[in-house]
Design a binder for this molecule. Structure first.
Ligand SMILES: Cc1cc2nc3c(=O)[nH]c(=O)nc-3n(C[C@H](O)[C@H](O)[C@H](O)COP(=O)(O)OP(=O)(O)OC[C@H]3O[C@@H](n4cnc5c(N)ncnc54)[C@H](O)[C@@H]3O)c2cc1C
Length: 365
């Protein structure tokens, strides 16, 4: 069987923002790249939550010659955010003051498809499966497709998101911060909804996020403890009642009608130890993931994809300095993120006895 194995330089597990960007830049650098993700065929794969992209991402995409959100007409601007966190009155922040311009509301599936198209146009090859079986053989990896076809690969990138499935299979440990689960509901589009901002509102059981998607459908997410999330997923009418109880989110989208079922998503911060090893590296959420309150997951994933694409050609020549520098930058990003997140949660002192705020108000770096 090994005699008939095809070979390539790099296999990227995961075609989300991190993996697609890494694959694109590696292919442009002249390496042969396999981009693997079962979503590349499963057109009906459930939509990922998360559609807010800060304006700073446009600078990064432009610098790398990647598709810009403004190119396709599928994504819309968002003018700022409204935060009701720590006191009952909203604080408005306008992106007018941002040097990189307004943020974007993404059609998330379209955004990822645009990045994957760029990777394929650069010469990466799509393998529509999730990588599960890998084995190290001297200095190369062996991978098998579902049908049993074998590949020989020099370097692996784990861009599999929060699963970090490849890195964990290779012995890395994913360490998790305080538990957080988002219960997400998407309502029917309504032309009457006009909110051009994202909206966050705290409640005793956690915090709500709401935004209007480019197709006019509002999306609502309650971030709470796993026990509470499981209860609400089992009783969607209680989730809808909790939404109706909010002061600002409910008022922004009156009469929201929900046809689709709710979905639950792990949303806690986490990091991987180590983020690289012999012949592999992780990027995006697989390497470092954020509480969505930080609103930087997609930008950090895009950035991580560019960083590993820069470091891998050197690592393949045996120079590990760039990978070490990448790992050090991730540590520093995490340090800053935790510092700011802890201060942010400490700003909400109205429900010190509520289990969610007791837990999140006491976290340490
Ligand atoms: C509730 C919630 C709301 C969020 N909202 C925002 C937001 O508004 N703005 C923002 O910037 N960020 C947001 N985020 C974070 C953001 O979605 C992530 O940070 C981002 O998706 C990370 O990109 P990624 O490419 O690392 O991983 P992902 O986008 O998760 O992509 C990983 C890919 O890997 C594939 N995969 C998994 N296992 C394998 C395998 N073994 N082999 C091959 N492929 C595999 C998956 O199918 C998937 O396509 C939110 C997150 C949550 C949970």
């Amino acid at each position: 069987m090994s005699g008939s194995a095809a070979s390539c330089d790099v296999a990227v597990a995961g075609a989300g923002p991190a993996g697609a960007v890494a694959a694109c830049l590696l292919a442009r650098a002249g390496l042969s790249v396999l981009l693997c993700d079962s979503r590349l065929v499963d057109g009906a794969a459930p939509a990922k939550p998360g559609e807010a992209l800060p304006g700073a991402a446009v600078r990064l995409l432009r610098a790398c010659g990647l598709p810009l959100p403004g190119d396709s007409g599928r994504h819309t601007h968002v003018g700022g955010n409204i935060s009701v966190w720590g006191w009952p009155e909203p604080i408005y922040r306008d992106f007018l003051s941002e040097p990189d311009g307004p943020g974007w509301r993404l059609d998330r599936a379209a955004f990822e498809a645009e990045l994957v198209s760029a990777a394929l146009a650069a010469g990466a090859r799509a393998l529509p499966l999730n990588l599960a079986r890998v084995a190290r053989d001297d200095t190369r990896w062996r991978l098998w497709s579902r049908g049993g076809a074998e590949w020989r690969v020099s370097f692996l990138v784990d861009a599999s998101g929060r699963a970090a499935s490849l890195a964990r299979r290779l012995g890395a440990t994913r360490r998790r911060d305080e538990a957080l689960v988002a219960v997400v509901g998407r309502a029917r589009p309504d032309p009457a909804y006009r909110l051009n901002r994202t909206l966050v509102e705290t409640v005793p059981q956690g915090w709500w996020y709401a935004a209007l998607l480019p197709d006019g459908a509002p999306v609502f997410m309650l971030h709470s403890r796993p026990h509470e999330a499981a209860r609400l997923l089992a009783r969607p009418e209680e989730w809808r009642a909790a939404l109706a109880d909010t002061r600002h989110v409910a008022a922004a989208f009156p009469g929201a009608v929900f046809d689709a079922p709710l979905s639950g998503h792990d949303a806690c911060g986490a990091w991987l130890e180590p983020v690289y090893g012999p012949g592999w590296v992780a990027c995006g959420d697989a390497a470092l993931s954020f509480d969505p309150a930080a609103a930087q997951g997609i930008l950090a994933a895009l950035h991580g994809g560019t960083e590993v694409a820069r470091a891998i050609p050197a690592a393949m020549r045996g120079e590990l300095g760039p990978l070490r520098a990448y790992a050090a930058r991730l540590l520093e990003m995490r340090r800053l993120y935790r510092q700011r997140l802890i201060a942010h949660y400490a700003d909400e002192q109205r429900w010190p006895e509520a289990p969610f705020w007791r837990e999140h108000g006491r976290v340490t770096a």
